[in-house]
Design a protein around this ligand. Structure first.
Ligand SMILES: [Zn+2]
Length: 262
């Protein structure tokens, strides 16, 4: 039994510099929302997506803070419980995405980001009764951080005490969290990459993105339709041979989906 493994295994990833404190979740985190998305409608404003995608430029896309082989790092280690591994990594990714967003949050205002736009896709929130919640990007991110914070600290969902079991809905909740975190990462790239670049944190962002995407791939946590909006970036960052992406030789020959082994 190796349950209750440390959930701080990956904390070193974003620790360099320690520039910012994590963004604090807003009050009222009890509100449970789910998002839907749609193509942004023309409203007289130029969609962010039409702008040049600076993050795809090789000189920036190649930036990393480590040349670690993430494909190996994300694999379930022997003797570690799958759900514990998912819980540990999901919680850590939440903290890192929160931290990365906090570095540009002063630029992500209701005026600058009137909608939660990612390229030509716009995300909406729906409350638990299915009512559409009109919100700006920073409000959307607050919803994400509040709801994820609530989940990862819920002892019934992410148990930490000996003898407590993960719920049957655990995997679907992890997928939901990953979808939310992906939206935030995608928004940082599509709307705040220039600020990230000015802060010289693009290496951190790229590293976090590669690690997150490869982890989600390993355990089938993100729907390809969901991530299609950033396929061009994913291809550039995670393709074989890229630093920290496919690794030497690439091709995924060493990939093991441990979920299938169970
Ligand atoms: Zn924004």
């Amino acid at each position: 039994m190796r349950r209750r493994a440390s959930r701080l295994l990956l904390e070193g990833e974003m620790s360099a510099g320690g520039l910012c404190r994590p963004r604090r979740p807003v009050e009222g985190g009890s509100r449970v929302c789910s998002e839907r998305k749609s193509k942004a409608k023309p409203n007289g404003k130029k969609p962010v997506a039409e702008e040049k995608k600076v993050y795809l430029e090789p000189e920036y896309a190649k930036s990393r803070i480590t040349d670690c082989e993430f494909k190996e790092l994300v694999m379930l280690p022997r003797e570690i419980d799958l759900n514990e591994w998912l819980a540990s990594n999901t919680t850590t990714f939440f903290h890192h995405v929160n931290l990365q967003y906090s570095t540009i949050s002063e630029f992500c205002t209701g005026d600058a980001c009137q909608t939660m736009a990612v390229c030509s896709t716009q995300y909406y929130w729906y409350d638990e009764r299915g009512k559409k919640v009109k919100c700006t990007a920073p409000q959307y991110v607050d919803f994400v951080m509040s709801s994820v914070q609530k989940l990862v600290t819920d002892e019934d969902v992410f148990p930490t005490k000996y003898g407590r079991e993960f719920p049957s809905s655990f995997e679907s909740l992890v997928k939901k969290i990953c979808r939310y975190l992906f939206h935030v990462l995608a928004h940082i790239y599509s709307s705040h990459f220039k600020e990230t670049l000015a802060l010289e944190l693009h290496g951190h962002l790229n590293t976090l993105y590669v690690h997150f995407i490869l982890f989600a791939r390993e355990f089938n946590l993100l729907d390809p339709k969901e991530t299609a909006v950033m396929d061009d970036l994913t291809e550039v960052l995670c393709s074989s041979g890229g630093p920290g992406g496919g690794g030497a030789g690439g091709g995924g020959t060493g990939a093991q989906n441990h979920v299938k082994e169970r």
